[in-house]
Design a protein around this ligand. Structure first.
Ligand SMILES: Cc1cc2nc3c(=O)[nH]c(=O)nc-3n(C[C@H](O)[C@H](O)[C@H](O)COP(=O)(O)OP(=O)(O)OC[C@H]3O[C@@H](n4cnc5c(N)ncnc54)[C@H](O)[C@@H]3O)c2cc1C
Ligand code: SF4
Length: 339
């Protein structure tokens, strides 16, 4: 499959990248590792006329701790996140999520953490070859007025299948976006739109430059995911969890963040279910089972038939993924107390 024609730029300064995005806006595409974008271009699912490569922008590739934040540059390769002792210590769920991304070749050679968060939403009815799509009426995302994934849907419900975004949302991550107009910060759980065609609340001239993860004393995190194959496959359900011990009683949960991924247009931060765990003891598996069930019911309303597995099965698996991630996170607390 051939790529469509485009003009290629590879500036070596942030200012150079931002100036090109400002000049070309909707016609421009940012090229990080290209493992998502180039595949979509080959299938004619994306067609930027101008590719702005981050190849020479090494200043966006770093992992460091600053002002109570674990900061990760947007162009940091997935493999650097996996190998970082700092991330293992402060954000284990992110390492677990990155270890599960696609294929070792994506993790090692090309894929970046920024590209992982900003990969386009997916749908089995849409992420197909041009030939396949040409044989049927176009859906909303292809310029038509119907949806194959949800009866009578007035919009696209393509699914966010990013492993990284689910884990990062559980850890309350914030994104830093830059443009020639300046810089702004946005919480990852407030970054998504309600439209799977343009899933991110982001302007075409903006570049994701940094991901900030708050370092919370005593916090533990875990990530679980289900996919058909262990490699070269996207998640069909996943869950990221962060638990923070109570300040007065370290045996109890002070606050929790439960996020369910691959079930909706964005990872779902389940605020009510998360709040229900405040005050629960870390060894209370009954409460974790109940939270798993509640998470399943909460996530069910958002899902569409578009991630390659029976919807009822995916919904049922939410309970399992959340339950397992909670137990895994809680076990880290017991280990810390035992040390
Ligand atoms: C076979 C296969 C399996 C995969 N499996 C998984 C999986 O299991 N889990 C998973 O999460 N992903 C998976 N992916 C998706 C993807 O490869 C990875 O998420 C990867 O991390 C994307 O990073 P990238 O740097 O290659 O992104 P790119 O393809 O370069 O970019 C992705 C999108 O983000 C935009 N972008 C990238 N960086 C920036 C930035 N700094 N600012 C603004 N926009 C930006 C690009 O314009 C593009 O639209 C898979 C892909 C393939 C081909
Ligand atoms: S969810 Fe519906 S509109 Fe969106 S890509 Fe799938 S079939 Fe198309």
């Amino acid at each position: 499959m051939r790529l469509p024609q485009f003009t290629y730029h590879s500036p070596d300064t942030l200012e150079g990248v931002l100036a090109l995005l400002d000049e070309h806006r909707d016609n421009a595409g940012v090229l990080a590792g290209g493992t998502d974008l180039l595949v979509r271009m080959k299938h004619r699912l994306a067609g930027p006329k101008v590719l702005v490569s981050l190849k020479h922008l090494d200043s966006l590739s770093y992992i460091k701790e600053m002002s109570g934040m674990l900061c990760i540059g947007a162009k940091t390769p997935i493999i650097d996140v996996i190998r970082s002792d700092r991330v293992k210590q402060q954000a284990p769920a992110l390492v677990q999520a990155c270890e599960r991304i696609g294929a070792v070749s994506i993790q090692h050679y090309r894929g970046t953490i920024g590209g992982n968060i900003l990969q386009d939403n997916r749908c089995i009815h849409y992420n197909q070859s041009q030939l396949h799509r040409s044989g049927r009426q176009p859906c909303h995302k292809d310029g038509g007025k119907i949806c194959y994934a949800r009866d009578e849907a007035d919009r696209c419900n393509s699914t966010c299948q990013s492993d990284g975004a689910t884990a990062l949302m559980a850890m309350d991550a914030h994104l830093v976006l830059n443009s020639t107009r300046g810089e702004h910060r946005v919480a990852l759980d407030g970054f998504y739109t309600t439209d799977g065609i343009h899933p991110f609340d982001m302007q075409p001239d903006e570049l994701l430059t940094k991901i900030d993860i708050p370092v919370v004393p005593g916090a533990v995190s875990a990530y679980q995911r289900l996919s058909y194959r262990s490699a070269i496959d996207y998640p069909i359900v996943c869950a990221g969890i962060r638990l923070v011990p109570d300040q007065k009683d370290a045996g109890c949960i002070g606050s929790a963040r439960i996020v369910v991924g691959a079930m909706s247009r964005s990872p779902l931060f389940l605020a009510k279910v998360s709040q229900s765990l405040a005050g629960v003891r870390f060894d209370d598996n009954t409460a974790f089972d109940r939270a798993g069930k509640d998470a399943m019911n909460a996530a069910a309303t958002f899902a569409a038939h578009n991630a390659g597995a029976d919807l009822a099965f995916r919904q049922a698996m939410v309970e399992k993924m959340v339950g397992r991630a909670l137990e895994q996170a809680a076990a880290q607390v017991s280990m810390k107390i035992a040390r």
